[in-house]
Design a binder for this molecule. Sequence first.
Ligand code: ADP
Ligand code: ASP
Ligand code: MG
Length: 832
Amino acid sequence: MSSPDPSAWVVHKFGGSSVADAECFRRVANILETLPPGKLGVVLSACRGVTDGLLGLVARAEAQDDSWRGELDALRARHATIAQSLLKAEAAQLYMSAFDRDRHDIEGILHTVKLTRSAAQNVRDLIAGYGEIWSTKLFREFFAARAQRPGAIQWIDARQAVVVEWGPLGPAVQWDTSRAKLRELVPENFQGTLIITGFIASDKRGVQTTLGRNGSDFSGSIFGSLLDAAEIHIWTDVDGVLSADPRRVPDAKVIDSLSYNEAMELAYFGAKVIHPQTMAPAVGRGIPIWIRNTFSPEKAGSLICALPTSKMPVKGITSIENIAMVNVEGAGMIGVPGTAHRLFGALREEGISVILISQGSSEHSICCAIPGNEAERASRVVAAAFDREVKEGQIQSIQVDSGLAILAVVGDGMAGLPGISGQVFNALGSASVNVHAIAQGASERNISVVVDNKDATRALRAVHSGFYLSPHTISIGLVGPGAVGRVLLEQIAAERERLLRDFKLDLRVRGIMTSKKMLLSEQGIDINGTNSWKAALDASAQPADIAKFVDHLHVDHLPHTVILDCTADEGVARHYADWLNAGIHVVTPNKKANSGPLDYYESLKTARKAGSSSYLYEATVGAGLPVISTLRDLRETGDKISSVEGIFSGTLAYLFNVYDGNKPFSDIVKDAKAKGYTEPDPRDDLSGTDFVRKVIILGREMGLKLEMRDVQVESLIPPGLEQGTIEEFLAKLPGFDEQMKKRFDAAAARGKVLRYMGRLTADGKATVGVSELDRTHAFANIALTDNVVRYATARYNSNPLIVQGPGAGPAVTAAGVFADLLRVCSYIGARL
Ligand code: ADP
Ligand code: ASP
Ligand code: MG
């Protein structure tokens, strides 16, 4: 980073944030004093906020609001505090008397502004420019008194050196005049440090002007060019040019090196760290620009130069908010030359700058982005410009939409690399961001999309993580931390770090809710060990409120939200459609939604499409077994399913696996209950209702339009025992053992066994109940509580496809949900 030619100038520019207070001035001095010997041009901004403050004075005076006097006092007090801290008493006094002369002038000007109620641009420029004069004079005194750097220290008032001419493209530097003027100010053989005012300049007549807001960066590079500097260093309050605005994308990364063009695009589209005009003078002379952090000078920073070494195809993503789109549409425009010319001509005449242009190849419509605050004016001028065409019907509509933002994806390496725009749109689509317009420059260095303001941060983050510039952060909310939910949290906690490290997937559980309370966290709940979140949840004073819970999860700055519903609750399931419509992904083992009314089930499928969100529920049937995904794969690949049969209840599987006609059936029910294989009330299993729900879910997955009432179900609760306590039920159950035994013996006489199973056929028949099966049947030979599913299809015909294994229990159910969660992550772009 050290200058290649020790006799060459190096220009260092410090932004407002680097000279915010006395401590900052000391820091700047330290940085300069540790640089290698050589000639330094030091360009300073005004102390942070001072330019805004000065412009605020003008605005108040224009509004005849006398409070500007108090504000001016405050500006004085700020500088006095810094001067007193940095300078000896006498020097501070001298500095303040000069300040007071300026203040007197400002008072005079503002008095006139108040009387005339308006300030001309040159008055505004004059006032705005005092900030740089004050900061540089103060720093000069301080730096000279420290006398830590060899050579002379000279203050340069840039108004005496830099001459610019303001045109439609901003200030144009008059290089020859400026060079000559600087030569007059700085002796040929000067050795030492120039302390230079940023931001201000003069016009050809010698009247003070500025280089526009944030113009000190431009000053830095103008002086770099005027002094033929070997390097320009722009010192600010971040580690360099970041892959996105760190206030919007907290995990933005420093770009180690980027080209002038990349930097220019990023700056133009809002990367405030560098002013877009900064580059031109440096590019002309091939001067490398370093962006560095005043607060961490040891860090390398970013290098902006002609031939950067970094090979990343996408360097950064930026956004400009509050823009409006002008859209002119009409069949009469097709093949008619000059429409674009007239549109842009009309806007230019009004001084409305066009940020982005997009035209379909059919020429049927043309649209452009302009600053949002110009929307109304633009609407008027464009309507006037095309008045005749509108009346004659050649143009059907002129529309100006506000509340939009531009997102720009920038990188030289995108040129010629297929798939980049696909990645951008994938990321946007999966974050449910609607795109209003698209523009890509012929250089392929920039892809710009217009999105809603409200989606801008989410879009930025989605695209940023889409390019692996930051992890895919998933905002997760878990409803119902019961047996399954709890284990699921354990499983996520165990894999979190690995997923982050290997796949840049950041699973953040930001909310846990029971039926009574909820626990919310911005950065993510600590789920390492059940005790930690359990204690926090117990301590939480926030009552359960599903709307608040969802609002907290689905924030604009996190592109992806997943709700894990681990309840068996119908009330929770009723929210899925709204969530899916809002772009929230839903993953659940809860059967209530899919087995509820068919209308609702179908509305979920529609909502999923509308919100481009995923709805996954593998764990609703057979827990973690791939029952639904297998069925879906068969259908999607064009297989014809003739029937699906199975045992979808571990409890009922157990009862019939164990029952051998000797031990009474009622004893087996009691044993199963004692072993914890049944629901607390075994009738919940024996009724077959839960089984029917699973059959419905599979049937609908097959494309059958089934309701619960369409399933013919055999309940194993003997008639008359539906009501009453569990104890009464168990006491009366032996009275029916004989009946079951008869059935068993009859089957055995035919060489068959009994199994409680469900059957679905392609013609829409659905039955659930006890069947007789051959002893060799797959269902006759499963382990105790296993689930089993048998798919008979055109392809799996003589030898059906069978999925079998443990189909109940918290660990396998949670794993099924977890696998679905990861599936959602891969749909949104995580490469698992
Ligand atoms: P200075 O006072 O040094 O001129 P600015 O506030 O003008 O500083 O610019 C620096 C700020 O720009 C940073 O603090 C950061 O918040 C913001 N910024 C926006 N986009 C980017 C980006 N892509 N890289 C770095 N900083 C950015
Ligand atoms: N002080 C000026 C501004 O705030 C210039 C700068 O800081 O770059 O716009
Ligand atoms: Mg700046």
